[in-house]
Design a protein around this ligand. Structure first.
Ligand code: NAD
Length: 366
């Protein structure tokens, strides 16, 4: 297997959205110090990362949030901004996130609004964040249970990726990251081939396979988000599985992890868009991959509730619900449904999948 590319040490110019791969927590800390370039550093982390990786964090100016989605609120943003002000952080400060997607989304948002914006650097510590959320500059907090309703586009100066930090990740969080990794693989032919061949190693957390997949996925996401920072075009494809996934997540009260809802979202959306009619071989392969990655049982939520939640999705325009489909690996397209069409297609897709034995409902697992 190819050695990971270690950019640290050879970086001389500061460019936005730069990926830096490092071997250890110590190297990650050094890379952050270098990214700050002598400016004040303010770290945001969560309670678990603070406990597991004290060596990753600076000694002072660290704000520790409660772990979990519930922290993604404007109230937490305000508390962090207040702590920054009390610590004497000026417009030259650099905010550094050490954590998963929750920490990154909050810290990124803080960096985009504190004193009208300061520099941001991200050290993702979950699989989901290393392959997806840390890259591309989307930041957000939630509003009234609706995901990511208040946010900004704020490109981090550096994303410092250390796959070694993933060794302590609970298995549920690993599965969540696998959901986003499989999604990225469906969009990127090269990664798809790798993930298909190595799915058992990835499920079993074999470090070399994971490192290689993380590197490929991170580079793919960077390429797409560099091309279309504010999601006017190509970037929309990254929402694969997210229309149904986000709607289920909202209605189900976040009982599963984000990546598990994305797995369910992809399974149902593929059926809604009849991908088996377009590409039967890919439909069969993708079904196997979703199963191997840990497709969970479908929560008991009515199609009407799912549709109501999908109607509030940020990707929608002109009153239509946007769903990303695939004609094969790397061949994404956008499809639009009226609310009535969406509700009917969702309902038919779920019934068909259950009848085929490809999906089970919570409480009805065999
Ligand atoms: N900004 C984006 O583009 C984007 C993309 C996808 C998802 N997201 C957001 O990301 C969030 C989900 O991110 P997540 O899955 O990383 O969740 P998370 O940040 O809540 O982390 C999951 C859990 O893992 C723990 N953890 C983190 N690193 C660890 C480590 N190295 N070892 C042990 N435990 C560790 C955390 O404390 C937490 O309990 C959601 O809010 C989602 O909306 C954002």
């Amino acid at each position: 297997m190819k050695e990971l590319e270690f950019c640290y040490g050879s970086v001389t110019e500061r460019t936005d959205n730069e990926l830096v791969f490092v071997r250890s927590a110590k190297d990650a800390k050094k890379a952050v110090t270098r990214a700050a370039g002598g400016n004040q550093l303010f770290a945001v982390t969560d309670e678990n990362v603070a406990r597991l990786y004290p060596e990753l964090l600076p000694k002072n100016n660290v704000y520790v949030i409660d772990a979990g989605e519930e922290s993604k609120t404007l109230a937490v943003v305000q508390k962090i901004c207040r702590a920054m002000l009390e610590s004497g952080m000026t417009r030259n400060a650099v905010v550094a996130a050490f954590g998963g997607g929750v920490t990154g989304d909050i810290a990124g948002f803080v960096s985009s609004v504190y004193m009208r914006g300061v520099e941001f650097c991200n050290v993702p510590t979950t699989l989901l964040a290393q392959v997806d959320s840390a890259i591309g500059g989307k930041t957000a907090v939630n509003l009234d249970g609706y995901k990511n309703m208040i946010g900004s586009f704020k490109m981090p100066s550096r994303i410092i990726i250390c796959p070694e930090l993933l060794s302590t990740l609970p298995s549920r969080e690993w599965r969540s990251g696998l959901g986003e990794l499989v999604k990225t693989a469906f969009l990127c032919e090269e990664l798809y081939g790798f993930v298909k061949e190595n799915i058992a190693e990835l499920v079993n957390r074999v470090p070399l396979a994971a490192q290689k997949a993380v590197e490929k996925a991170a580079r793919f996401k960077k390429k797409i988000t560099d091309e279309d920072f504010t999601e006017k075009g190509t970037r929309k494809i990254l929402n694969l599985g997210h229309t149904v996934g986000h709607a289920l997540e909202k209605c189900d009260g976040h009982k599963y992890s984000h990546g598990e809802y994305v797995l369910l979202g992809m399974k149902i959306e593929f059926e809604m868009l009849s991908i088996a009619d377009t590409n039967a071989e890919f439909a069969a392969e993708s079904g196997k991959l979703l199963g191997a990655a840990g497709l969970p049982a479908l929560p008991n939520i009515s199609p009407e509730e799912v549709t109501a939640a999908a109607k509030t999705d940020k990707k929608n325009s002109n009153g239509k619900i946007s769903v990303i489909g695939l004609a094969g690996a790397g061949k994404a397209f956008e499809s639009e449904f009226s609310a009535t069409e969406f509700c009917s297609a969702y309902s038919k897709a779920v019934n068909a999948l259950i009848n085929k034995g490809e999906l089970s409902r919570v409480g009805n697992q065999n």
